[in-house]
Ligand binder design. Structure first.
Ligand code: TXA
Ligand code: MG
Length: 317
């Protein structure tokens, strides 16, 4: 595809230095991660972080995830505990975010943590982002690079579509490998999953040798900033459907569905990982094709299927 956005840059040493310099100057840039594309800012600078909230139109009470290169850098900002070390060793760097207690001396901007006494932290696996983090002396606040409540971006073009030329640089590393946001786990008390992702409750339970609760909105008070309506294509969505009219988009999973113009298959070979990778791409595609209604077949509620159903439920709210 021809690049119609001049702010999408390929990754080379020159463009990496430009990106790093912009971050040092407290500017925002678009960055790839293994989960979804993000909007990065200096997490120690409120001036810088405020730009994220402004550009995304994000409510100030919704805290950001702080991204680190290594433990050495992290130790200054949060209290670490045994459960954290167990999960960190197994799953980091990778698609898991830990909520931990913020240290009094922490340099993280209060704006980034929405004035909470806790911080969500993550060690991304994407090599380019790791290179950037390693050349900075501050961590990065990085939310998904979409306007608040919109579909998360999985390519550099998606980011450009969301923010047009408000960003000087979006580093292009091709489509995201995972395609859904990280698992968020609260480790400040008894571990509980706040947002499902590729790292499953079963895998976490095994590592911590205990059953892990997955937080359910209907039963609990909402966690800070967990917006009910989210990932929205702005079109009505009906879940667990078995058929659709020809003027409706039908998002399906598995080989039993015919190939038709309005049928979008998340994974013909019934792979949930492939479905996760395709979900946001297909939702965005359907939105751009101006369908008036989206129907979705039922998706197995196992492994990353939990995360797919979580996002679909929110999109349908
Ligand atoms: O995969 C990801 O995590 C991506 C990439 C870019 O790293 N980032 C991402 O960020 O999904 P965002 O801002 O779109 O979602 C962050 C989620 C929000 O639901 C927020 O409320 C929650 O993490 N969160 C942040 N800090 C928190 C805290 N201290 N306690 C509980 N939840 C928190
Ligand atoms: Mg987001």
């Amino acid at each position: 595809m021809k690049n119609i956005y001049s702010n999408i840059l390929k990754v080379n040493n020159n463009n990496l230095s430009k990106a790093i310099n912009l971050l040092k100057e407290k500017e925002l840039i678009g960055v790839p991660t293994e989960t979804v594309y993000g909007l990065a800012a200096n997490a120690y600078s409120s001036k810088s972080v405020k730009k994220i909230y402004f550009l995304k139109k994000r409510p100030l009470k919704n805290p950001l995830i702080i991204h680190y290169y290594n433990l050495k850098q992290l130790k200054k900002d949060v209290e670490l505990n045994t459960n954290f070390f167990k999960l960190y060793k197994k799953f980091s760097p990778g698609p898991i975010t830990f909520v931990l207690k913020k240290k009094k001396k922490s340099l993280i901007s209060n704006v980034a943590t929405a004035k909470l006494q806790t911080v969500a932290v993550r060690f991304p696996k994407n090599k380019i982002l790791r290179k950037i983090l390693n050349s900075l002396d501050f961590p990065l606040a990085i939310p998904s690079a979409n306007k608040s409540s919109h579909i998360s971006p999985v390519t550099a073009e998606d980011v450009a579509q969301e923010f047009k030329d408000s960003l000087k640089i979006i580093l292009n590393d091709g489509p995201c490998k995972i395609g859904l946001e990280s698992t968020v786990i609260d480790l400040t008390s008894r571990p509980k999953i706040l947002r499902p992702g590729l790292v499953s409750p079963a895998a976490i339970s095994k590592k911590l040798s205990r059953k892990i609760k997955v937080y359910h909105e209907s039963k609990n008070i909402r966690a800070p900033g967990m917006l009910k309506r989210h990932y929205s294509p702005g079109i009505p969505i009906k879940l667990n459907q078995t058929k659709a009219k020809s003027n409706e988009a039908f998002i399906v999973f598995g080989k039993k569905y015919k190939k038709r113009k309005n049928i979008f298959n998340l994974s013909f070979k019934s792979s949930l990982n492939e479905a996760a990778k395709n979900l946001y791409r297909i939702l965005r595609l359907v939105k751009n094709k101006n369908y008036k209604m989206i129907k979705v077949c039922s998706i197995p509620q196992t492994g990353i299927g939990l995360a797919i159903n979580d996002r679909l439920n929110r999109a349908a709210k």
